[in-house]
Design a protein around this ligand. Structure first.
Ligand SMILES: Cc1cc2nc3c(=O)[nH]c(=O)nc-3n(C[C@H](O)[C@H](O)[C@H](O)COP(=O)(O)OP(=O)(O)OC[C@H]3O[C@@H](n4cnc5c(N)ncnc54)[C@H](O)[C@@H]3O)c2cc1C
Length: 385
């Protein structure tokens, strides 16, 4: 990926504003009505997938040459942000489609790109990303999943854990050890298909939030795949996985922004309606100051996220710092803003009759996945601008 060096956007251009309007109206009409039910029942948001595919918004990052919308990194952020504003679980459709397929886009052969990015763009199958394992989370390079060469094939064995959209996705980017002597330089990346013999899935995890997005283990039991399904050269899988995260941490920041915006919008409306001491609680300065702080933190997080998106689009040298900083800052802000939204609704905010408690639960995951916020701080410290 050469990067678009002319990309100079710290705030959305007109076409990005237009895109936001389109996604917001689709999200409010076709995704929001099911968000509470999806959370309550812990079911996959099929309505969201159908609506996003119909509008070609399910994997907007796929380049036009492979039949995709060819959206830039900021446009992708805006799509995820607007979907997350109404349903965080549904926002994992465009976000994880980018996470799962970016290794192919960044490092795959032309043939692999054609074979896998085209069906993704058409909505024929989603993509998941399999890096984590039961005993290899923050220390992902300590993975044990093995790939052993056998003639024109690779044979994969191991367990991947916490895989978002596992079981629903058709395609899986799997990182596996090809040379145990070399630690991170002995890891390679592969495309595995749901239908490959020996692939199976664990039971869905029982989670605090993003309950509509299935998180399952992926079991690889003697999965024999053609050698041309390796992404890039042997031993480059970990580097590709990390490069991918530089870009996709910006999309997790986008998810955090969307969740926080949804909570702020709801709280703003509520305080105007709710009356105590004979007047709307919005009239109390103690409430106004909370809303001011929420909006200030959200806007600061948004500016950092959009600055990171511009760096992602241009593939700047300081992208690693900016991707980690945006994810860390926006997710911490989202946790604070959603917690304050619950506070502003008082006892009602603590119930599932109102959406802010779901948003608070959903916000928490953005501080954990694609590297915990402690790990983001390690990444930033190693890549100070
Ligand atoms: C809902 C969900 C969806 C996920 N989706 C995916 C996915 O699609 N694909 C995928 O590959 N993975 C996925 N993950 C995995 C996720 O990225 C990991 O959970 C995360 O990286 C943390 O790893 P861990 O859970 O093993 O925690 P651990 O690594 O065990 O960390 C436990 C605690 O120790 C801290 N810690 C660890 N090392 C250090 C250190 N050096 N310095 C300071 N603190 C440290 C951590 O910050 C954390 O607070 C998902 C996880 C969840 C919960």
């Amino acid at each position: 990926m050469a990067g678009n060096k002319d990309f100079d956007l710290y705030r959305p251009a007109e076409e990005h504003d237009e895109l936001r309007k389109v996604v917001r109206s689709l999200a409010e009409a076709k995704i929001a009505p099911f968000a509470a039910e999806v959370d309550e029942e812990g079911r996959f948001p099929q309505e969201a997938l159908d609506a996003l595919v119909a509008a070609d918004l399910h994997a907007v990052h796929v380049p036009e040459e492979f039949g995709g919308a060819g959206a830039d990194a900021l446009a992708t952020v805006i799509v995820i942000e607007e979907v997350a504003r109404v349903c965080a679980s549904s926002s994992l459709i465009p976000a994880v489609n980018k996470l799962g397929s970016l290794p192919v886009a960044l490092s795959g052969s032309e043939d692999l790109k054609k074979r896998y990015l085209s069906p993704l763009a058409k909505g024929e199958g989603m993509f998941s990303y399999c890096l984590s394992e039961p005993d290899a989370g923050s220390d992902a390079a300590g993975m044990k999943t093995r790939a052993v060469r056998d003639g024109d094939y690779w044979v994969l064995n191991g367990v991947k854990r916490w895989i978002t959209n596992a079981g629903v996705s058709e395609y899986y980017t799997v990182m596996a050890v090809t040379d145990p002597e070399k630690r991170s330089k002995g890891i390679s990346a592969f495309v595995v298909e749901k239908g490959d013999e020996g692939v199976s899935f664990g039971a869905p995890e029982k989670k605090l939030g993003i309950k509509g997005s299935p998180t399952r283990e992926v079991y690889l039991d003697n999965v024999r795949i053609p050698a041309d399904r390796m992404i890039g050269a042997e031993g480059t899988g970990f580097a590709t996985a990390m490069k991918t995260l530089d870009h996709t941490r910006v999309t997790i920041a986008a998810q955090a922004l969307g969740i926080a915006q949804g909570a702020l919008d709801y709280a703003k409306g509520y305080v105007r309606e709710r009356k105590q001491f004979g007047k709307p609680i919005a009239d109390f300065q103690g409430v106004q100051f909370m809303l001011a702080d929420m909006a200030m933190k959200l806007e600061a997080a948004r500016q950092l996220t959009y600055a990171a998106a511009a760096r992602s689009e241009r593939v700047d040298v300081d992208l690693t710092f900016f991707g980690a900083a945006a994810k860390c800052y926006a997710s911490d802000a989202a946790m604070e803003i959603t917690t304050d939204a619950v506070q502003l609704l008082g006892g009602y905010g603590y119930t599932r009759d109102y959406p802010v408690e779901r948003m608070m639960r959903d916000a928490k995951i953005t501080q954990i996945y694609e590297g915990t916020n402690q790990v983001q701080r390690i990444v930033m410290a190693r890549n100070l601008p």
